[in-house]
Design a protein around this ligand. Structure first.
Ligand code: ATP
Ligand code: MG
Length: 374
């Protein structure tokens, strides 16, 4: 079977980058999936959000907002298994198991925890005091992410380009787990292997538990894979960026979208042209409309055919604002109606949560059998 898994942190209302890089792909995969051969799991990864601590009330509100946003953009709990990570305890359990075969060296080389530390000066990472204050949860976050993916035995993971390293790490976890628990012991060396393999080939338990390396699915539109910040086009657009003007929220109204795009950092290099290296701020705006283009034209063609090549940057910004608003308006309207429902929005995913719990329990049993834990 094809098993699709992806997650998003409830660290704020999703932005245009999340939408183009991941969430719109979730919806497309959901709508194209044949239920006879494909399972889809979409998870609001609230345990990950704890790596940047904040008051419980705020996290609760952010979880509800994220759920409302996913429902509003068309993730349908009748077709996709949509749930909160903290409602399925096996995510944390599998993380521990994977942590026991993950190397600290590999994790140290990963870049995302470094950027999340928000140490403007990376030299301070070598400062022993700064390093000592690094929280274990933030450092080991890729292990939890690998557990998320491997818990449902995902074969495909639709994510934005920033997740490349994390996917590679999840594949590394597969190799480590299979080596430790699904490979028969070498009688010459003694030890190694698990699950009572004895001599000869792998046991039934080992064969059933053996993990499959997941594949990354990047957005089908190349322009969508990394949308950059409106205030700093060398950084990706992020929910956790302290500058609210750096991102367009799925819930922004047309006037707000226009204001943010008018204020987007570009350059003083004259009329519009498409040059991702020399003019990253301008290219980022063009990428937004290319990603939304119903005809799927590449950025350069779209610019020529829409008369944007050589136009004033102010006119390009108006064009981009209109296209973005057109896409987001219906999502915002549905979001508002979910947020004003008189009952707890979690009711929408009660059944879905049970499906996720059953899948997790079934796979965890396979893993534990191979490991000799049951
Ligand atoms: P945070 O700053 O809290 O990490 P985020 O904006 O990076 O928030 P995540 O919840 O970490 O969002 O990621 C959710 C999904 O959105 C992932 O698949 C990620 O690859 C994708 N994504 C995040 N930012 C962008 C972006 N700027 N462009 C394209 N895809 C993105
Ligand atoms: Mg992120």
């Amino acid at each position: 079977r094809k098993v699709i898994f992806s997650g998003i942190q409830p660290t704020g209302v999703p932005h245009l980058g999340n939408y183009l890089g991941a969430l719109r792909e979730w919806k497309r995969l959901q709508d194209e999936a044949d239920p006879a051969t494909t399972d889809l799991f979409f998870c609001i990864v609230d345990l990950h959000a704890l790596t940047i601590p904040r008051p419980g009330k705020e996290l609760k509100a952010a979880r509800d907002e994220m759920l409302a946003a996913l429902l509003a953009l068309g993730i349908d709990p009748g077709k996709s298994t949509l749930y909160f990570q903290s409602d399925v305890k096996e995510h944390a359990e599998l993380m521990w198991i994977l942590a026991c075969t993950s190397s600290v060296g590999y994790l140290s080389r990963m870049t995302q925890w470094k950027s999340k530390l928000q140490l403007a000066d990376t030299a301070s990472l070598t400062d022993p005091e700064a390093r000592a204050s690094l929280k274990l949860g933030l450092f080991s976050y890729p292990v939890l992410q690998a557990a998320d993916i491997l818990l449902h035995r995902a074969t495909h993971v639709p994510v934005g380009d920033d997740q490349r390293q994390h996917l590679e790490f999840a594949r590394e976890c597969v190799t480590n787990f299979n080596h430790a628990y699904c490979t028969p012991a070498d009688p010459a060396k003694g030890g190694g292997g698990g699950g009572g393999g004895g001599g000869g080939g792998p046991s039934r338990a080992m064969r059933e538990a053996a993990m499959v390396p997941p594949e990354m699915i990047l957005p089908s539109r190349g322009a969508a894979k990394r949308i950059m910040s409106l205030t700093a086009p060398d950084k990706k657009m992020s929910k956790s960026d302290p500058a609210p003007r750096s991102r367009i929220l799925l819930t922004d109204d047309a006037a707000t979208i226009r204001r943010k795009i008018r204020g987007a950092v570009t350059d003083g290099l004259g009329p519009a042209s498409y040059d991702p290296v020399g003019r990253p701020g301008v290219a980022n705006l063009v990428h937004m409309v290319a990603a939304l283009d119903p005809r799927g034209r590449d950025p350069a063609t779209l610019m020529k055919e829409e008369g944007l090549e050589g136009c004033q940057l102010a006119d390009l910004k108006e064009f981009v604002s209109d296209k973005v608003s057109e896409e987001l308006t219906p999502i915002r309207e549905r979001f508002e109606s979910y947020m004003s429902m008189p009952w707890d929005i979690k009711i929408e995913i009660e059944k879905s949560t049970e499906v996720a719990q059953k899948s997790a329990a079934r796979n965890m049993r396979l893993y534990k059998e191979a490991m000799g834990l049951c």
